[in-house]
Design a protein around this ligand. Structure first.
Ligand SMILES: [Zn+2]
Length: 84
C-alpha cells in the first residue's frame, strides 16, 4: 500500500485496540491533537475534527477518513468503552 499518509505508523499502530470517542485533550493545557495519518486537527472547536478513533490512553488520534482507509491494513480492534 502506497499512500502519502503512511510514514511508519505500522510500527506502533498496527493491530492495536482503538476506541471511538469524542475528542478531549490528552491533558490539561493541551487544546488540540492531529490525526496520526493525515495530520488533520482534532479539537473541541467547530470546524475541526471533534470525534474519531483514539488509542486507549487517548494519546493518539485517527480521523474517520483515515480509519476507514487503513483499518483493513492495520487490523484494529474497536472497543466501545474503556477497558472492554
Ligand atoms: Zn486522518
Amino acid at each position: 500500500m502506497d499512500d502519502w499518509r503512511l510514514q511508519g505508523q505500522e510500527e506502533y499502530l498496527k493491530g492495536i485496540t482503538l476506541r471511538r470517542a469524542t475528542y478531549r485533550p490528552y491533558r490539561e493545557g493541551w487544546d488540540h491533537d492531529h490525526c496520526e495519518f493525515c495530520g488533520c486537527k482534532f479539537s473541541t472547536r467547530p470546524g475541526d475534527q471533534n470525534e474519531g478513533y483514539t488509542t486507549l490512553d487517548e494519546y493518539r488520534w485517527i480521523c474517520q477518513t483515515c480509519y476507514e482507509d487503513f483499518k483493513a491494513v492495520f487490523a484494529w480492534t474497536i472497543v466501545s468503552e474503556p477497558g472492554t
